[in-house]
Design a protein around this ligand. Sequence first.
Ligand SMILES: [Zn+2]
Ligand SMILES: [Zn+2]
Length: 233
Amino acid sequence: MRNAALALPSLCAVCHDWSQARLCDDCVQRHAAARPRCANCALTVPTGTVQCGACVSSPPPFESAVAAVDYAFPWSRLVVALKFHAAIDLADAMAGLLARAAREAPSPRADLVLPVPLSRERLAERGMNQAWELARRTARLLGVPATAHGLSRPLDTPRLADLPRESRTASIRGAFALAPGASAGIRGRSVALVDDVMTTGATAAEATRTLLAAGASSVQVWVFARTPAPGDA
Ligand SMILES: [Zn+2]
Ligand SMILES: [Zn+2]
């Protein structure tokens, strides 16, 4: 019964046509084509450009970043569905796109994949951490170990999306800590940090600082969707 159910076609989450996968090939080609992105922060850049202007003048603490898509139609709707409506059936398809982006990036191979953690309160409210759901599937596709017990988030910071851009860095400071017993697994490792969306990069930067302080040899960031720069949407 179970195998029969798996073989059934499903509806594409974007165009709602029948498909063999939760995202049909047409929609992937139309809406998720690889675009040139800043090697540091994954903002889209003109072809032939390696770094965006912001990263040239003030590089983030993470070494590199990849994004599967821009946080825009139709992907923003899927991200919201995964995050707030626990649409876990989307996670495999989204992780497939993220694994493709990570595989094609020039960054060195990661030793360990970690999700950006949620606070205990937020995890209880949502019932799952969407970053972990993406991280573990992406890691499996790439053959890299993953753990949900790398970073913890003792502080329940305000939702950054509710704050103006300029106050996000201050509000996230000190939000992360190492999970109990995680330090030996992080020291000397090249870590890939996974999140569903990167907007200003303040969250990824703060998590990166925590990992580097714990002895990680480098941190790269893998996000499913990158918010375009203001005015560049
Ligand atoms: Zn489709
Ligand atoms: Zn950049």
